[in-house]
Design a protein around this ligand. Structure first.
Ligand code: SF4
Ligand code: SF4
Length: 357
């Protein structure tokens, strides 16, 4: 499992750059490896590989899709084969990622990587694709703007995550007026910062501002309710068979899977073969427990044919089963599922209602 990185104020000198000159920093990072950063697109911001220094845009609240695809792409080929040849001629796709800089990740999304590490590299079976990408990446966390209110869908404060928490990042960034302040949180981050000549040392005032932002982020308001992990896990177990509750909260659900695809902590996938004439690939693709055929068995039996059963699975997995198995809630309160659900289903209010049942 990738170890959790804790923040030490003393670790390194604070660096800075003028936001107007961010393309100098972008160009330097691109020269050293692959840069993945927020890019403005028609539907909203998304993390994309940058090919031109001017593409990166830090005027975003949060991205539409989470940054998980940097480590867990929506589709990924594992094996390529030729049906006319022996199975021994099948080629495993060998991943050798060079340095990757994942830039501008909000603290709640940084936290999601630690939760995903549990599944992909922390429980015995290690996914080499996830692990290699994680190890190759330097994460530049980026504080939310504390001068603007949180998006109404967000509730990361409920889950104990601050709007400017540096933990989990390699380098953490805050904004001070027209300047971007950058602090190394890990040794990996320190080495990267040391090689960026476009940065200059920040002043003592700017250091104080950085520390104050981190502290203020801890009391920054998002939607909040008192969620004790053990209490909610038990509560959901108690009402698991209360069908009328689950039917009521899932009444509008379309089983579209959007809430899963945008979620930074959803990790279900399917393995499928795709062939064209004699050539084939064995591929991993994202899946969603809200899809009608997610639990369809080869016999034709499907244990979750009803919408309420599937939404119940999603909520209970994140807020009950995951706690029982790994001790942590599998949700970081990023609000994406609520913001993007076509029928306004809101996981926060379902959890809140469940607590009152
Ligand atoms: S369940 Fe919703 S709020 Fe929680 S991490 Fe996933 S998208 Fe974010
Ligand atoms: S809760 Fe909303 S986003 Fe999720 S599957 Fe149902 S309709 Fe789609």
């Amino acid at each position: 499992m990738i170890p959790i990185k804790f923040w030490s104020k003393e670790l390194s000198v604070l660096k800075k750059t003028a936001i107007q000159k961010i393309s100098d920093l972008t160009a330097q990072l691109m020269a050293k490896g692959t840069l993945i950063a927020p890019v403005k697109e028609e539907a909203g911001f998304n993390f994309r590989q940058i090919s031109d220094a001017k593409q990166m845009d830090l005027n975003f609240y949060n991205t539409l899709m989470s940054p998980k695809s940097a480590f867990f792409p929506q589709t990924e080929d594992f094996v390529r084969y030729d049906k006319n040849k022996s199975v021994l001629d099948a080629q495993c796709v060998d991943l050798k990622p060079g340095p990757v800089f994942l830039f501008g990740v909000r603290p709640c999304d940084v936290k999601s990587f630690e939760i995903m590490d549990i599944h992909f590299s922390g429980t015995g079976a290690v996914d080499p694709y996830w692990k290699k990408r994680r190890e190759a990446a330097t994460i530049f966390g980026y504080a939310f703007d504390l001068n603007s209110p949180a998006d109404p869908a967000d509730f990361y404060q409920t889950l104990g995550i601050g709007a400017a928490d540096p933990e989990g990042s390699d380098i953490f960034m805050t904004k001070k007026g027209d300047e971007l302040l950058l602090k190394a949180i890990t040794t990996k981050g320190e080495n990267v910062l040391a090689g960026l000549s476009s940065l200059t040392d920040a002043s003592a005032d700017e250091q104080k501002c950085f520390d104050d932002t981190v502290t203020a982020g801890r009391s920054f308001k998002t939607r909040s309710t008192c969620v004790d992990a053990k209490v909610i896990a038990k509560k959901l177990e108690d009402i698991f068979l209360k069908t009328e509750f689950w039917e009521k909260v899932s009444d509008a659900c379309l089983s579209c899977g959007v809430c899963t695809f945008v979620c930074p902590t959803c990790y279900c996938f399917d393995i499928c073969d795709e062939t064209l004439f004699s050539h084939g690939v064995r591929r991993r693709v994202w899946d969603a427990c809200t899809f009608t055929d997610f639990t369809l068995e080869a016999s034709g039996h499907n244990p979750r044919t009803k919408v309420y059963q599937r939404l119940r699975q999603k909520i209970c997995h994140k807020y009950s089963f995951h706690i029982r198995k790994y001790g942590v809630i599998s949700c970081v309160g990023c609000g994406r599922c609520t913001r993007n659900c076509p029928v306004n289903i809101d996981i926060f209010s379902i959890v809140d209602q469940a607590l009152k049942e």
